[in-house]
Write a protein that binds this ligand. Structure first.
Ligand SMILES: Nc1ncnc2c1ncn2[C@@H]1O[C@H](COP(=O)(O)OP(=O)(O)OP(=O)(O)O)[C@@H](O)[C@H]1O
Length: 260
């Protein structure tokens, strides 16, 4: 199994204090990780390191065989898919869904003068179909529901066939039906043999798709637990991570948590 991401003894300091503290973590090419932790724990900070958007204060980060700080991130970024609501806000609201997805091929957010090849358009249509968006291809992005916009963000992130896919809270703000639809799509994608390594940040164990393999739990910048999902998403570990007694149950690969 190839190493896609290796974080070694990494700290990120802000105003003299660590917002990430001595983190060591490895993601393999066939692994699908979920990162769980309370607000302000450092989840997005970890994801931003993996996305080459942030550099460590201490320690080393190796992504797809290249060391952050010693490599041209503009060459690395097309190999990494990243979906987050912060990125989504930068997408032109009037652009069609097809263009929002297709422009990922040129790492731009809106269609301008670039010439797209037939192969780009074919791939964009295939991706739209995979994420159940083909009927929305000609709609303006800004007119979509939250759930549809979240799926477009992911479709855009996988358009370039990345080797590492990073998802920052893909199911936040979705209603139950939209969440379940997205979790099922993510699960199907995660289980396919062509899927890249995936790292997904979430606040809720209910959002872990079947097919995800590993979990990392973080609190106040420190990793509390990490490893295979079933060994890591336990009542003890979640209680420590969230600072209150929590009971976790698992049924058919889906998780539930409640305070005791
Ligand atoms: N530039 C900065 N200067 C100071 N503190 C920062 C800076 N960026 C982030 N932080 C702090 O670092 C901590 C970790 O932030 P991060 O966004 O990684 O947390 P998170 O786990 O993703 O939180 P949430 O679940 O609320 O999105 C937070 O306390 C945040 O306020």
């Amino acid at each position: 199994m190839a190493k896609v991401l290796h974080v070694e003894d990494v700290s990120v300091l802000r105003d003299g204090s660590p917002i990430l503290d001595s983190a060591t973590w490895t993601v393999g090419s066939d692994e699908r990780w979920v990162i769980l932790g309370p607000n302000g724990a450092g989840k997005t900070t970890l994801l931003q390191l993996a996305a080459t958007q942030l550099y460590p204060t201490l320690g080393t980060v190796d992504i797809l065989g290249d060391r952050l700080g010693r490599t041209d991130v503009f060459e690395l970024r097309p190999r990494i898919g990243f979906a987050s609501s912060a990125l989504s806000k930068r997408l032109p609201q009037g652009e069609t869904v097809l263009n929002v997805v297709m422009t990922a091929a040129y790492s731009v957010t809106g269609r301008w003068t670039e010439e797209y090849e037939n192969i780009d358009e074919k791939r964009a249509h295939r991706v739209l179909n995979e994420w159940k968006l083909d009927h929305l291809a000609d709609r303006a992005f800004g007119t979509l529901s939250d759930g549809e916009q979240k799926r477009v963000q992911i479709a855009r992130a996988v358009m370039t066939d990345p080797e590492l896919l990073l998802l920052d809270e893909p199911a936040s703000s979705l209603d139950l039906g939209a969440r379940e639809e997205l979790v099922a799509l993510l699960g199907g994608f995660a289980r396919s043999s062509e899927a890249p390594a995936i790292v997904m940040v979430t606040h809720h164990v209910e959002e872990i798709p079947v097919g995800f393999t590993h979990a990392l739990l973080i609190r106040e910048g420190r990793i509390v637990a990490q490893g295979p999902l079933a060994d890591t998403v336990t009542s003890d570990n979640l209680s420590t991570t969230f600072g209150l007694p929590i009971n976790v149950t698992e049924t058919g690969g889906r998780y539930n948590a409640r305070a005791v």
